[in-house]
Write a protein that binds this ligand. Structure first.
Ligand code: SF4
Length: 474
């Protein structure tokens, strides 16, 4: 349903303004809200039995539901020092063969659980590096998925894969298109050789461009490029050159992530020389540069690190008030159940989340025992649902019609969120947002800080959840 916020005259949901002083004042740590409650709130009390019951209720009767599948491939050939993902560094493709054996067991169990009650409309391969798999292994995996699940026709479905261009050639891209993939995101981070050496990710511009060229030739509908600012040895001159090259290649979408240096949580980051990291001031100059260049080149700000061309479906959905947010970031689909396959995958069934075990050892042991490899999850309370809807709307629409929201959720907004409305006042005074009895609007200068605003509505943070585990909001 379109958001009522868009009916407000003069509200440009994609306008963005960069206010360095304001960001410096407010930039702290915070969740990215790909889910609410965040995954650190999941608990072991939500177990396989709870999951099975929900799946049965959801899929056993009624019309066939749309389904999203996430497949986690944890392997990578080499380690990138900035990495915070769940991955296994190896060159041994035989390890992937064993992993695929177990993935097939998991998909068979999940497929049996949902029966014929669902049709896959979205598929995402993430990692790690999905293209660590050989062409034969990719074929095997997609073949098994298609054997176990009913897929919407390729032209209707959103089938995406994360690509490491260092290991992909035009033949693999052609195969991926043949297998039904029609979207890809390509990790670049920075083309500057000094930065690439500092983070141990040597990737030529030619490798990236040739994958993009092949993707276009094979009809991929959306190409997204990932960049990171705040990496060691990054300079405005070097990053400016990277941005120019990326913009010239004209990807449909761009993600510009802030490097989160959390060496206490992510061991590879201990190999990054802290003295080589840009200061906050320098980091913000990199972000400001990226915003200037991207908006100057016609990209619009979707929110939370994401930019897109104005005719991209995410940009269109945002203007139409139908943009959503999930574990893969922004999406045009709402309320779609998500089955996650593979280690560490997070799924969503109705008003619940569930997560698989994180190591292959545990994953293999549970599947050997004939069990779904879940280790934790969460059944949302009604309060969680209300706050999830609110945070999602702020993240996607930068505005909230308080009356419409109150009617939709049958609450007295002013009473229910009395504490939060009061705590928004300092942000109103700082010019991040406007607030009256009808409407909350995040102003262009507050949009890069929308996580700070969302955090005020996070009940778990209000209860004192420590923030060190989260990345910097900028
Ligand atoms: S950043 Fe990506 S490619 Fe690099 S080690 Fe992490 S998961 Fe692997």
């Amino acid at each position: 349903m379109p958001s009522p916020s868009l009916l407000h005259p003069g509200f440009d949901v994609q306008a963005l303004s960069f206010d360095k002083a304001l960001i410096e004042q407010l930039a702290g740590n915070g969740p990215r809200y790909t889910s609410y409650p965040t995954a650190d709130r999941f608990h072991a009390g939500f177990d396989v039995t709870a999951y099975r019951t929900l799946a049965w209720q959801r899929f056993s009767a009624g019309p066939r539901r749309p389904l999203s599948l996430y497949v986690h491939i944890p392997f990578c050939n080499t380690i990138c020092y900035y990495c915070g993902c769940n991955k296994i560094i190896t060159k041994d493709k035989a390890k992937a063969e064993v992993y695929l054996d177990y993935l097939e067991r998991e998909m068979a169990m999940q497929a049996e659980l949902i029966g014929s009650g669902a049709r896959v409309e979205q598929l995402h391969f993430g990692g790690g590096t999905p293209t660590f798999l050989s062409d034969a292994q990719l074929e095997r995996l997609v073949g098994a998925l298609r054997q176990h699940f009913d897929f919407a026709p390729d032209e209707q479905g959103e089938y995406s894969i994360e690509i490491d261009p260092r290991k992909v050639n035009a033949e693999t891209v052609a195969l991926l298109a043949c297998l039904g993939f029609n979207r890809m995101s390509i990790g670049v981070q920075d083309f500057d050789p000094a930065v690439q050496a500092a983070v141990n990710r040597i990737q030529s511009e030619a490798e990236t461009l040739s994958v993009m060229k092949a993707a276009r030739a094979h009809g991929f509908r959306s190409i997204s490029i990932d960049l990171i600012y705040g990496l060691p040895r990054q300079t405005t001159a070097g990053f400016s050159a990277t941005l120019d090259k990326v913009i010239a290649a004209r990807p449909d979408r761009l993600s510009i992530y802030s490097y989160a240096h959390l060496p206490h949580l992510f061991k590879p980051q201990r190999r990054i020389a802290e003295a080589e990291l840009p200061t906050l001031d320098e980091k913000l100059d990199l972000l400001s540069l990226a915003i200037d260049k991207l908006t100057g080149a016609g990209y619009v700000y979707i929110g939370m690190d994401h930019f897109a061309l104005p005719d991209d479906e995410l940009a269109q959905a945002q203007r139409a008030g139908t943009l959503h947010r999930n574990f893969q970031g922004y999406s045009t689909r709402d309320d779609i159940d998500l089955l996650a396959l593979g280690v560490s995958g997070i799924g969503k069934l109705g008003d619940s989340y569930s997560q698989n075990v994180k190591s292959t050892e545990e994953y293999y042991a549970l599947l050997d025992a004939g069990q779904l490899p879940l280790f934790r999850g969460l059944q949302l309370s009604r309060d969680d649902e209300i706050r999830r809807a609110l945070i999602q709307q702020l993240m996607c629409q930068f505005a909230l019609d308080l009356n419409a929201f109150a009617t939709q959720w049958r609450i007295d907004f002013a009473n229910y969120f009395a504490k939060e409305l009061a705590s928004l006042q300092p942000m109103v005074r700082l010019g991040l947002l406007t607030l009256d009895a009808q409407r909350l609007q995040v102003l262009p200068r507050g949009r890069l800080l929308v996580r700070n605003i969302a955090m005020l509505f996070d009940r778990y943070l209000q209860q004192g959840q420590p923030l060190q585990r989260y990345s910097k909001v900028i």
